[in-house]
Design a protein around this ligand. Structure first.
Ligand code: UDX
Length: 443
């Protein structure tokens, strides 16, 4: 099939490369001249395991092309996929200006029947707006379909090639058939539904996963108070098939480009129709609060943080990505700076992205975990990178000024730490060797 993907962000690029890998003829378009030049040179501007190899192979076989010429790319295609960004507006809603601009371009360049797919995460009803805009600019027939994307950063290629399901929202049988054909090699689980339900499936899925995370984080906070272990609790809960074990990892809360944005957008979507989505508002509130548990534990362990060197291990919102968007690390570091601490930060690949957001003179930028920990009053693990989990704890203890380990991701086992002198503060599990100085909680 001839496919044009508009927008070479995370979703667009990964989808384009994967459709090409399936043997389709794919053109990826972006208005960013520099980005297209980079892609043509074989450089992938995002960190995503396996993507470069796949893209290289597809370019070599001629299945994948990059261009800035939107008009020509639209005219060439049988299926046009809109995958441009929908960044959050200050009020929490999604900014649709890019989607709408692309719809106008599609309308102006249609030269025969095509299926137009919206992959960008858009509020319910947007596909219909896109349809109206295109119709206003063309005399040709076309069908519109919502095919939301569920890929995760860091595992985007395997998620796209092995999806749990493909959702196709359309009122046209012809479009449904064509898109089923396109996705058949990926899965048998193809859900064909109406457009608005497809749009809602995306938001509801992300909101539900975010709810699971905030729920287990609240259970974790409670476990700390009653002396239970949240990993045991989550393990026991997850065996119930109705609950399922995934997304029950307690920690410092979710970040990234999707959950924070999509939960707020769904609250806004509800608000627009005068529905007060109380549960989801609480999910967001719990998440915003959860990160400060790290500060609370530091305060309990050290008292005043003024002048204290605090090693921060991990800046990305999760491992295997250099993405720091909405990463809990941002507000944790900002709070440490406000409290007069000296954060010594490190991350295997997200450091330069983090520096673009915060570049305070008090921050010490460290190349390795042990360098950050050198002379530190405490280490806070914020992203569970393998390198940090496998660190030599004896060496760590030797280089630190005080052996205090705040584990924001429950990455270490109590067994690992029992032999050392570490005061260990996990999330929702009993602390080890802790002699809290300040009992008063700051958060
Ligand atoms: C998410 C969805 O999983 C994906 O389907 C959607 O398309 C985009 O949003 P992503 O943001 O890439 O994907 O990452 P994900 O692996 O889902 O993690 C999101 C955040 O939740 C991370 O900050 C992670 O650390 C946190 N998380 C996840 C937890 O705190 N606990 C968990 O049990 C799982």
């Amino acid at each position: 099939m001839k496919i044009t993907v508009i927008g070479t962000g995370y979703v667009g690029l990964v989808s384009g490369v994967c459709y090409a890998h399936l043997g389709n003829e794919v053109i990826c378009v972006d208005k960013d001249v520099q980005k297209i030049a980079t892609l043509k040179a074989g450089v992938i501007p995002i960190y995503e395991p396996g993507l470069k190899e796949l893209a290289d192979a597809c370019m070599e076989s001629g299945h994948l092309q990059y261009t800035t010429d939107l008009g020509e790319a639209i005219q060439e295609a049988e299926v046009v996929i809109i995958a441009v960004g929908t960044p959050p507006l200050p009020g929490g809603g999604a900014d649709l200006q890019f989607v709408e601009a692309v719809a106008r371009e599609i309308g102006a360049n249609l030269n025969g029947y095509k299926v137009i797919v919206v992959k960008s995460t858009v509020p319910v009803g947007t596909n219909e707006t896109v349809e109206e805009i295109i119709a206003r600019h063309t005399i040709h027939a076309f069908d519109i379909a919502s095919v939301p994307e569920f890929l995760r950063e860091g595992t985007a290629v395997s998620d796209t090639l092995n999806p749990d399901r493909i959702v196709i929202g359309t009122k046209s049988d012809k479009a449904a058939d064509r898109l089923s054909e396109l996705h058949k090699p990926l899965t048998n689980q193809i859900v064909i539904t109406d457009i608005r339900s497809a749009e809602m499936i995306k938001y509801a899925s992300n909101a539900f996963l975010a709810t699971k995370i905030s729920f287990i984080n609240e259970i974790a906070n409670l476990c700390e108070k009653v002396g239970a272990d949240v990993t045991e609790v989550a393990g026991g809960m997850g065996l119930d098939k109705r609950i399922g074990g995934s997304f029950l990892k307690a920690g410092i809360g979710y970040g990234g480009s999707c959950f924070p944005k999509d939960t707020k957008a769904l609250i806004q979507i509800a608000g627009n129709v005068e529905y007060d989505f109380k549960l989801l508002k609480s999910v967001v509130e719990v998440n915003n609060h959860q990160r400060f548990g790290v500060i609370d534990k530091l305060y309990r362990a050290l008292g005043s943080l003024q002048g204290k060197r605090i090693a921060i291990w991990g800046l990305a919102f999760k491992p295997d990505t250099d993405d720091v968007r909405e990463s809990p690390a941002i507000e944790i570091v900002e709070r440490l700076l406000e409290l007069g601490a000296v954060p010594a930060v490190t991350d295997p690949i997200a450091m330069s992205n983090f520096r673009k957001l915060i570049n305070h003179p008090s921050i010490q930028w460290s190349a390795t975990a042990l360098e950050a920990a050198q002379g530190a009053d405490a280490v806070c693990l914020l992203t569970e990178w393998q390198d940090y989990i496998q660190v030599d704890l004896r060496k760590l203890e030797q280089v630190m000024a005080r052996p205090i380990l705040i584990d924001g991701r429950n990455a270490y086992s109590t067994k690992q730490l029992e032999t050392g002198r570490f005061a260990y503060y996990p999330v929702g599990r009993p602390a080890l060797n802790n002699e809290d100085i300040a009992i008063h909680e700051m958060i």
